[in-house]
Design a protein around this ligand. Sequence first.
Ligand code: AR6
Length: 169
Amino acid sequence: MTAITLVQGDITRQRADAIVNAANSSLLGGGGVDGAIHRRGGPEILAECRRLRASRYGRGLPTGQAVATTAGALDARWVIHTVGPVWSATEDRSALLASCYRESLRVAGELGARTVAFPAISAGIYGWPMDDAARIALETVRAIPTAVEEVRFVLFDARAHQAFTRALG
Ligand code: AR6
């Protein structure tokens, strides 16, 4: 039985086996949580991302997929990078957003992670409405059989925390 917990805070301050990054397909960093993870985690993470680009992801990490690197100086063993979909008002991309959670948990399970911290993927720069992002995140995680013992959503502000609290029901 996987425990789902919600906390408000900065994901880069969390202790967990794996911290999930809302990355972009370049894997070379960006703003939002991605920028924060690379800043606090230090250059080892970017160095490993560059190696992954050179070996497996020359065309970028596709949306909905996930890949792990070291967590550098973060209080974690791994960062799992996943690429959320950009919100679209005309196209339903929710299967891709669900895939981010599913693939991140699959990678976490393969690594043997017992605790995994997620941000609200796609709900920042990528523009996904927070209530819908929270619903998809929680529905997906609840539906996946996994050896991960705790899935912790780390919500940056009160609005996000409230949306996830409502969606948890
Ligand atoms: N801890 C927890 N949550 C955070 C933090 C933090 N330190 N910082 C921001 N958030 P975003 P996206 C929240 O924009 O929408 C990057 O440039 C934020 O308030 O980080 O998937 C990437 O390189 C929001 O609720 O990710 C991509 O280009 C949530 O995390 C693009 O942004 C996600 O916001 C990805 O956009």
